[in-house]
Each structure stands twice: as C-alpha cells, then as structure tokens.
Design a binder for this molecule. Structure first.
Ligand SMILES: CCCCCCCC/C=C\CCCCCCCC(=O)NCC(=O)O
Ligand SMILES: [Zn+2]
Ligand SMILES: [Zn+2]
Length: 512
C-alpha cells in the first residue's frame, strides 16, 4: 500500500477524477429525473372540426376579407376609425350564426370594440374569456412580396398585416364558434369573447372598456386567453422538436419621450452642438449600455427547467442544472433579439424627430425609447438607470406610458385554465411539450388582472425563427394549414372548457 505522502500528485489527481465523476453523475441523475417528471402526456382532445372543402374556402375568405380592411393604429392618438367601424360590419356578415344565435349577446364597447357573451347551460361553471384584437400596426408596400392589405395568397400562405398579430385569432375564434353552432353545439360553461380595437396603442378605450363592462356586472373569470407566445419551432436553440410556450406573465413597459431644446439660428453659424447632436449622443449612450442581464432572477428559469428534456445532448444537462450553468446560458441567450428579450430589460430607440429646414439650426429634437421590463425590474429602477446613463441635464425626460411587469399566473397541475390550454395544445399540435414563459410583448390581457389571476398569452400558431421578424415587420403571413389549425384549436378549447374538472393525464374527454 503506497503511503499517500510519497505520491501527493497522484492522490490529488485521483481525488479530482473522482470529484468530476461524481459531479457528472449528479448532473445526469438530475437531468433525467427532471425529464421524467416533465414527460409529455398524450390526451385525446374533444371532437375535431372535420372541415368540408367549402368550409375551408369560407375560412380562407373570412381572413382575406379581414386583412383587406386597414384597421391601422397609426399612433397613440390616431386610428383609421372608418376601417374600425367597417370591420364591425364585416364580421356581422361573415359569421351569421354567431350574430343570430339566441345563446349569444353581442355588444359594441368603447365605440369600436366587441364583447360577446356566450351563455352556457351550467351556471355553476365559472366563465372564461377569449381575447384578441383587430387593430394593426402600420405597413407600407416597400419590402412586401404582396401589398400588405391585399390579403393575397402566395405559395400556400395568406399575406398581410394582421395575419399573425392578431386578426388570425379574431377570425379563428369567430370561425370556430360559427362551425360549432352549425354542428348544433351548446356550451355548458359560459364564456366571453372580447375583440379590442386599440391594443397596439394602449387598450385604454377598447379592452379597458370591456373590463369596466364586465366589472360592472360582477364578473370573475376562470381563466383568460389572449395573444402572446406560440408553438416555437426552432426558435429556442437546441430543442429537438417544436415547443409551446404559454405566457404566464408579460414584461413591463416604459415608453419614454426624450427632448432637447436649443435656440434656433442660421445654419451658417452653428453652435458647437445642436439639439440633434445632444439628443443623438444621449440615445447612443442608451443603446451602447444595455440594461443588466437578469437571467435567473425571474420566472424565465422555469421555462428551461421544464423544457430540459427537450434539448439535445449536452444542452439537456445544462438546462437541467441552471444552478451551475446559468451564466453560460444567459450569455448564449443574449446573442439573438428574441433570446435577449428573455434575459433583460430591452431598450429600443424607435422614434427620432428633429429639424424644420436645412438652413435652420433645429430648435427642438424629440425621440421615443421603448423599454420592455424584465420581471425582476420595476419602472422606477429602470428610470434611475436611464437617468444615470444619459447624465445630461439638457435632455428632458417625460414618461408617455409605463407599467411594471405583470403578476405570474398559476400553472400548477390544479389550475383549470392552464391545464385545459395544455391539453388542447397537445391535441392540436401533435403533443408539443408545453412550458410557462415570460411573454416578451405586451397584450390587452394586462387590463384584466382584477377579473382573474389566470391570464395566459398564447396564440395557436407555429412560429419559426424567420417568422419573429414578420411581427410588426415585413411579409407578415400565415399558412393555410396554420389557419385551419387555429380554428381547430379554438374549436377544441371551447369544448374542453366545458369540463368541470381540471384535465389530468388520464382524463376522458367529453364527447360533443
Ligand atoms: C427562450 C427564448 C424564447 C424567446 C421566444 C420569443 C418568441 C416570441 C414569440 C412571439 C412574440 C410575442 C409577441 C407577443 C404579442 C405582442 C402583441 C403586440 O404587438 N402588443 C403590443 C406591444 O407589445 O407593443
Ligand atoms: Zn402587435
Ligand atoms: Zn397583438
């Protein structure tokens, strides 16, 4: 037996090797234990919508007609009101059974928004709500393969502003309900449908008025589903198959106005710095000094832990052991715009206006910066960081809009809304694994926090990496199959929501 003090290096090496072996064993045990507990369970959904060819055509035309109505929200104060009113007339014609059913009460709220009350047979079941919006952000033809308000079909896709955000959901919900009514469906659980007309600017005159209407009637909701995340195919690097993220919370927001005022004058005798130069430097400092990486300080960690088993080796080990690997993961995440949005408060310089004439020193320069707050940040904290980054008294800050990150909705096995969504996603999207996540964009659902604690942001669409830039960007589109899947999803969700029990892995679905 060799005395250890005679060979200390060998002893140290032996201890090191054993230590590494133990660590790897622990990592593997945790990885596969976590994966096992998150095993996807299959569940037969409710009755499928077996669409006839004529119904398929009807659905396509319904979306195309909706896209052709330019319901644009140009700015916080300017909308195409004529188009908003026209859209209301359009859906009345396109969905006659919905608008004539004795089970459904329809109201116009806030001038242009729509509220449907669908009466169920069992008053003991707490109602739920499906939310969407039909206003869209502006789009000019430059860069589009087809004109953005033509609704044209191209290579199996319908193109147009609103095909992802969010007229696809408006039409999908109405078409699913129209088909259900056509097949004699009568709901057990009452539900509400809300379509906002100003989501892209505030929701203050649409969604907020819907909230006030429901609150005045003493309504509490079992759960609420709005637009948001999606079935992500290849978006999360390293996942073996499409994964569905349900937004159980959403980031906060600050829309900040920055301005610099300086005396005007002749451009032939310019000052050392004009208002444009001063403001440009301030904006550049904000852009060059991103907010701190907060990965691991919010609910985003549970997204990856829940999905650990869906990652390829060795990422599955990494994601199951974020206690050890989160510094590496957070660095990788911040390399893409979508991943970066997941790990920090983002800073977007979105508007810059200045100057009145080429030979006049600009009297004022104005800009807008749009921040989306990570769940671990507050409005006050971010404004302090902004002030300390700009460090220039000449730059005047004024907050246009601000709200803290939203509360995290429950997503445990006992929550009816989350589990019913999960069950429906599994059925319609070939058992895609489901995980909770922080929705990086904002939605009208944030106004409903006093009506339910179970608010979920999920659009029933499949998104690939190249689709993310289509949202508010160029060539927004949806495939014909994708549109049918949307109808299928809501058709199933409405039926699944009739259950009085929280669906579990072995739940026997109700037959229509
Ligand atoms: C692990 C990294 C995952 C990152 C996944 C990002 C996937 C993004 C998928 C969908 C985009 C979310 C958009 C949410 C809806 C936004 C609606 C809207 O435009 N609201 C107005 C606004 O936010 O200003
Ligand atoms: Zn939008
Ligand atoms: Zn939207």
């Amino acid at each position: 037996m060799t005395a250890h003090w005679r060979n200390p290096v060998g002893t140290l090496l032996g201890v090191f090797v054993v230590g590494v072996a133990v660590l790897v064993a622990l990592l593997l045990i945790r990885t596969y234990t976590l994966a096992e507990t998150k095993r996807v369970w299959l569940d037969k959904g409710a009755l499928e919508a077996e669409l006839t060819q004529e119904e398929r055509e009807q659905l396509l035309e319904a979306l195309k007609g909706a896209i052709r109505i330019p319901t644009v929200s140009f700015s916080e104060t300017e909308q195409n009101n004529t188009a908003l009113a026209e859209f209301g007339q359009y859906i009345r014609k396109a969905f006659p059974l919905v608008f004539s059913s004795s089970l459904i009460q329809h109201e116009v709220v806030g001038g242009y928004s729509h509220l449907f009350t669908v009466r169920g047979s069992d008053n003991n079941l707490q109602p739920y709500m499906l939310l969407a919006h039909f206003d869209v952000v502006p789009a000019t033809p430059e860069g589009w393969e087809v004109p953005p308000f033509s609704g044209e079909e191209h290579n199996g896709f319908i193109y147009g502003r609103g095909t992802i955000d969010d007229k696809n959901c408006v039409i999908g919900i109405l078409q699913a309900l129209e088909f259900l009514l056509k097949r004699g469906y009568k709901p057990r659980r009452s539900f509400y449908i809300g379509f906002g007309h100003d989501e892209e600017i505030s929701g203050n005159y649409g969604a907020m008025k819907i909230v006030e209407t429901l609150q005045s009637r003493g309504i509490r909701l079992s759960y609420l589903l709005d637009e948001g995340f999606a079935v992500l195919d290849g978006v999360i690097h390293g996942t073996r198959r499409p994964v569905a993220l349900i937004g159980t919370t959403e980031k906060g927001q600050i829309t900040l106005n920055l301005s610099v005022e300086k005396p005007p004058g002749h451009s032939s005798m310019p000052p050392r710095q004009t208002s444009i130069g001063i403001l440009s430097e301030a904006m550049s400092r904000l852009e060059k000094n991103p907010m701190p990486n907060m990965f691991g300080n919010g609910p985003e960690s549970s997204t990856f832990e829940d999905l650990a088993g869906e990652f390829v080796f060795p990422l599955n080990i990494v994601m199951a052991n974020l206690w050890l690997f989160s510094p590496i993961v957070s660095r990788i995440m911040e390399q893409t715009p979508s991943g970066n949005a997941f790990v920090r408060t983002t800073t977007a310089l979105s508007i810059f206006n200045a100057g009145i004439k080429s030979n006049v020193i600009p009297p004022i320069a104005r800009a807008i910066v749009n921040f989306r707050l990570h769940p671990a940040h507050t409005v006050e904290e971010v404004l302090n960081i902004v002030r300390n980054t700009i460090m220039d008294e000449q730059v005047v800050l004024s907050v246009v809009k601000a709200f803290d990150p939203l509360p995290v909705s429950p997503y445990d096995e006992e929550n009816f809304g989350y589990q019913t969504l999960k069950r429906t996603i599994h059925h319609v999207y070939s058992a895609a694994p489901v995980a909770p996540g922080v929705c990086v964009g904002n939605t009208d659902s944030r106004h409903f926090v006093n009506l339910t604690d179970s608010i979920y942001r999920f659009s029933p669409i499949v998104m690939k990496p190249e689709d993310l830039s289509r949202i508010h960007g160029l060539n927004e589109r949806i495939s014909k199959e994708g549109l049918e899947a949307i109808v299928q999803f809501y058709y199933q969700l409405i039926q699944n929501s009739d259950s009085e029990k929280v669906p579990g892995p072995h739940h026997i679905p109700e037959e229509l």
